[in-house]
Design a protein around this ligand. Structure first.
Ligand code: CA
Length: 224
């Protein structure tokens, strides 16, 4: 599931954008000012950042510039503005924006642009994630540990591991995992626990890597 951060100070518009993206299956986070937006984008880099130009705290141009300086990976940025000036666009692209949308815009166009940015972001990512001894090949859907054979992981246990590996080093909350694994069809109450059990069994000697952070969620326990 793609994660998107919407930084927009106009609450009704922010809610409208969030609802539109959630409806399309995105996991949406929101911020109403530039400082919080930058902090969230650095802590948990989203797959796409929708960024308003005029913001309290830190404007969109400055946020984008600092994100490019400080983030350890490229976060695709779609800038929103009501101003139709060439100068705003020059500044926006100069600060590192990837795309630009003028207000008012059609919801569908915002969605298409976000999807295109997320796809481009994915093309630049390796299908293989190496996390400690675990090698996760997302193209093949296969996990192995060290030089060992492919582990027999049922689909949901595999998806659980991928969610943790992609998010590492941060902790993934239970509600986030539930949303990523089941989206619109909430499972029975203990489904996550049973997939976690299956995952740990399959990891055998490496099962301590999947650490429960009490009251929060799960994370991969690796140095870094
Ligand atoms: Ca604004």
């Amino acid at each position: 599931m793609n994660r998107i951060l919407v930084v927009e100070d106009h609450a009704p518009l922010r809610a409208q954008i969030a609802a539109l993206l959630q409806g399309a299956g995105w996991l949406v986070e929101e911020a109403s000012d530039g400082r919080l937006g930058l902090q969230l984008a650095l802590e948990q880099p989203p797959d796409v950042l929708v960024l308003d130009l005029g913001l309290p705290g830190l404007d969109g141009i400055e946020l984008c510039r600092r994100l490019r300086e400080q983030a350890d990976r490229h976060v695709p940025v779609l800038m929103l503005t009501a101003r139709d000036g060439l100068d705003d666009k020059r500044q926006g692209f100069g600060a590192g924006a990837d795309d630009y949308l003028l207000k008012p815009f059609a919801g569908e166009e915002l969605l298409w642009r976000c999807q295109a940015l997320a796809r481009r972001g994915e093309l630049g990512r390796s299908p293989v994630l190496q996390r400690g001894p675990l090698r996760i090949d997302r193209r093949a859907g296969a996990v192995s540990a060290g030089d060992g054979p492919v582990l027999p992981l049922p689909r949901q246990a595999y998806r659980l591991l991928v969610a943790l590996a992609e998010a590492w080093p941060r902790t993934v909350t239970r509600s986030e995992l539930q949303q990523q694994l089941w989206a619109d069809e909430p499972p029975e109450s203990d489904a996550l626990r049973s997939h976690l059990y299956t995952l740990r069994q399959a990891l055998a000697a490496d099962q301590a890597l999947v650490k429960t952070v009490h009251g929060v969620g799960l994370r991969l326990d690796l140095p870094g």
